[in-house]
Design a protein around this ligand. Structure first.
Ligand SMILES: Nc1ncnc2c1ncn2[C@@H]1O[C@H](COP(=O)(O)OP(=O)(O)O)[C@@H](O)[C@H]1O
Ligand SMILES: [Mg+2]
Length: 265
């Protein structure tokens, strides 16, 4: 099962303190103004020979609730690593991270997302732990599929879906579980153009249906920025820029043209 619903509070500021994964709602859940918060996050990998390679260098970001933000940057700059730290799938070497719960990480490959034979069964899959009545399950599944524009596919076998439709079913699964934060890692990588637009629009509309859901969408495609409320731009393990989508777009364009000028001269 690749969809992951994760513990969301990790503190790791002092090396002598153990990392804390907190599964009970923190008091700060009520008062925090951000759905996602990372402060001075570092992540290094130590090879067997003892050589330490820094992957993330002092990354900070804050994302307000109810918004769709993009995490952008060239391949290998550390986007997936940062997203996995936010999801609690990796522990930072040091730094502070808070992500509202429950949160859900959706992976890149659509074929790793769906696990049940039909759309309805797949979206209902994660609900068994909630002790709901059949009617409640049906209603949650219908609402979640409606939010991602997939309700008419309720009875469809999952193997007949396109990659983008599978991603939307995976997102519906998270929404059905009342997920508050969606962490989405390069969902459009394996999709054709119309499927890509379908997934991003589904995320946008599912946020529009509920003020409480926040999404962080990892991508290296600049054109996807047009759907975002805000963005974080990374290069070489660092957060270079963080702010509203148009300012980040301008910053990236300026960096690109200065790089091109350097090459040409
Ligand atoms: N487990 C690992 N071992 C060694 N290097 C890794 C590991 N995970 C990630 N990296 C390296 O860290 C950098 C960032 O990777 P990643 O977060 O996947 O980047 P992105 O998602 O932006 O493409 C890359 O150079 C990658 O090769
Ligand atoms: Mg990646």
């Amino acid at each position: 099962m690749m969809r992951s619903h994760c513990a969301a509070v990790i503190r790791a500021s002092a090396p002598e303190l153990p990392l804390l994964h907190c599964n009970t709602p923190a008091r700060t859940d009520v008062t925090r103004s951000y759905a996602i918060e990372g402060r001075n996050l570092n992540y290094s990998i130590t090879a067997r020979q003892g050589k330490c390679t820094p992957i993330l260098k002092d990354c900070s970001l804050t994302i307000p609730p109810g918004q769709l933000w993009m995490l952008l940057g060239p391949n290998g700059c550390g986007k997936s690593t940062l997203l996995k730290i936010l999801a609690g799938l990796l522990n930072p070497t040091n730094g502070f991270v808070y992500v509202k719960k429950p949160n859900s990480f959706v992976f890149q490959n659509p074929d790793h997302q769906v696990v049940m034979p039909t759309v309805e069964a797949d979206v209902a899959f994660g609900l068994s732990k909630f002790n709901l009545t059949r009617d409640e399950i049906k209603s949650r599944v219908a609402k979640a599929l409606d939010a991602v524009g997939m309700y008419e596919y309720l009875q469809r076998p999952v193997q007949t879906l396109s990659g983008g439709q599978k991603q939307r079913v995976a997102i519906a699964g998270a929404l059905a579980e009342a997920c508050k934060v969606l962490l989405l890692d390069e969902l459009t990588t394996f999709l054709d153009e119309s499927d890509q637009v379908g997934v991003i629009k589904a995320v946008k509309s599912s946020l529009g249906n509920s003020e409480e859901v926040t999404a962080l969408w990892v991508t290296h495609r600049l054109e996807e920025l047009e759907y975002a409320d805000g963005a974080v731009y990374m290069e070489d393990g660092r957060v270079v820029m963080h702010g509203d989508a148009s300012s980040v777009m301008e910053c990236i364009e300026a960096r690109k043209s200065s790089y091109m000028n350097k090459i040409n001269s």
